[in-house]
Unconditional design. Structure first.
Length: 195
């Protein structure tokens, strides 16, 4: 671009409608954009409609064999992440070649650890690599290339991505919060009496 400054406009309702239509056309689904947005709004999921990745996750769910959306945000995020990391490739007949023999569930567990230990919404690459390396050590893959592992997850799922040259962040705070809370509970660190 030959401009000194540029800005990105907010993701509007019209953009949301266009994304749903484009998703439908690309993946052969039968989504009716206006009713889908209305459904999201009726259930208090406006945030999902206003963010491209979250809306794409909703579209993936709506074109799955079980198209009924959960009524709670936690259920919607959980099902979307499970579909994205476990079922999407299978349903679409996609095989992802990797030198790191971990399935989608194991990769989600790594993102859960990273989300929990990150002190801020954005973390320096060294910090993120340290958390990922700790996870790889726990699953007995010490020799795996941590940076390649992180880049694969970013490329495959788009939930946790590199921003700039030296930092990483989750694409939406809701995803980071969900994964961190899930780690907190499943790891046994959560004590309801102390909250």
């Amino acid at each position: 671009l030959t401009v000194a400054y540029f800005g990105l406009a907010a993701f509007s309702r019209e953009d949301s409608l266009k994304l749903i239509d484009a998703f439908s056309e690309s993946y052969g689904g039968r989504l009716d954009a206006e009713p889908l947005l209305n459904e999201l709004e009726q259930h208090g999921f406006q945030d999902f409609a206003s963010h491209p990745l979250l809306l794409a996750l909703v579209c993936i769910l709506k074109t799955s064999p079980a198209p009924i959306l959960p009524r709670r945000a936690i259920g919607l995020i959980r099902r979307a992440i499970d579909t994205l990391t476990l079922r999407w490739d299978e349903a679409k007949g996609v095989y992802r070649d990797s030198k790191i023999p971990l399935d989608g569930e194991e990769r989600v567990r790594c993102m859960m650890r990273i989300a929990f230990f990150m002190k801020r919404p954005e973390a320096h690459t060294e910090e993120v690599e340290r958390y990922a390396a700790e996870y790889l050590k726990l699953v007995h893959l010490r020799s795996a290339d941590t940076r390649s592992f992180l880049r694969e997850m970013a490329q495959w799922y788009g939930l946790f991505v590199e921003v700039g040259n030296d930092s990483w962040q989750f694409v939406h705070r809701t995803i980071q919060d969900f994964l961190a809370a899930r780690f907190w509970v499943e790891d046994g660190r959560f004590d309801p009496d102390s909250v």
